[in-house]
Ligand binder design. Structure first.
Ligand code: BTN
Length: 327
């Protein structure tokens, strides 16, 4: 996790990428000495970030790290949020970022804490499935939120996250993304992203919400295992060129923070409208495979709670809380 000085330094340098900032100004903004600034600048240079320095002028950010890894610094430079993604725990390899985020939540980590890994060895998907998370090519991350809400509201955050992700991907990649209820993001009918929302709560109140996001970013089609090769895609495949994982993380945090605030101010209604505008299942004949069997019918909409409504051929309406959807 970045120290407060390092974080302040990164924010200042990235906010003034075309100008030199004096050591004195940087020290004032970070609330530390000029020597401390100098030490942190040297550390950033060792990590591969080019920072020019000129006598009497100060420091100027020239170039980000060229490493393949997505570093904490890459994310913090250019992050346009006030709280989400500001405290980052980056790992090379973990079993699951969800597991770490749950532990951090119990240790009172602040809202907005982001756990991100290059590789997951036991990535978790929905409905007790595993999630393929190979090294370096995707975004495997878990975000900790602490909304003061009852636990029944948690599924709405899956839909809110899906909306933020659609917009982040469209901003960076200029491709059209669709949502398949509740949490699959598809491009050209293939899955590019999944969301796993888990919570720690009592019967009245959410203590922490852990939003897990798995996104295929720079895989080539042949990189997917055979069970996924026909149903999965990556941003790079769809865009036709490599995509910056740091840029996607930054944009995702930006939209998530914006919609999180909107939700807390105005409730789920505006988020629901946005979600419906991206959803492909609504109004279509679908089959929902639940733990208790399959139901087919027309997906007539989602409720205020984010629950899918399915009208079967006899006209009975079923509330679907968790299922795989086939269109
Ligand atoms: C799905 O089944 O569609 C949801 C997949 C969620 C995968 C992400 S990757 C980061 C986080 N850590 C995990 O173990 N799972 C989620």
């Amino acid at each position: 996790m970045a120290s407060k000085i390092r974080e302040s330094l990164l924010v200042s340098l990235s906010a003034h990428q075309d100008e030199y900032l004096s050591g004195e100004q940087l020290a004032k903004e970070a609330g530390c000495s000029r020597t401390a600034i100098w030490k942190h600048i040297e550390e950033l240079r060792k990590e591969g970030i080019t920072i020019d320095s000129k006598r009497k002028k100060g420091y100027k950010l020239m170039q980000l790290s060229q490493q393949d890894n997505i570093t904490e610094t890459d994310i913090l430079l250019g992050l346009q949020t006030t709280s989400l993604g500001r405290s980052i725990h980056h790992y090379d390899a973990v079993e699951s970022t969800q597991k770490i985020a749950h532990k951090l939540a119990q240790e009172h980590a602040p809202e907005g804490t982001l756990v991100i890994a290059e590789e997951q060895t036991a990535g978790r998907g929905r409905m007790a499935r595993s999630w393929h998370s190979p090294k370096g090519s995707g975004i495997w991350m878990s975000l900790l939120l602490r909304p003061e809400l009852p636990p029944q509201k948690a599924p709405q955050f899956t839909l809110l996250t899906a909306v933020a992700l659609v917009q982040a991907i469209e901003d960076i990649c200029d491709v059209q993304v669709e949502i398949k209820w509740p949490n699959d993001l598809l491009i050209n009918n293939r899955k590019v992203t999944g969301i796993l929302t888990e919570l720690q709560a009592d019967s009245e109140q959410i203590h922490s919400l852990i939003i897990g996001i798995g996104m295929n970013v720079n895989q080539k089609q042949e990189d997917f295992p055979k069970e996924l090769v026909d149903i999965a895609t990556s941003l790079a495949i769809e865009k036709g060129s490599e995509v910056s994982r740091a840029a996607i993380v930054q944009r995702t945090m930006y939209h998530l923070e914006k919609y999180y605030h909107l939700y807390m101010e105005k409730g789920f209604a505006p988020i629901k409208l946005l979600w419906e505008s991206y959803a492909i299942s609504i109004g279509r004949h679908i089959t929902a495979r639940t733990f208790n069997g399959s139901i087919s019918g027309i997906a007539s909409g989602i409720t205020e709670e984010g629950v899918l409504l399915l009208e079967d051929d006899q006209g009975a309406v079923h509330s679907i809380y968790s299922a795989d959807i086939e269109i």
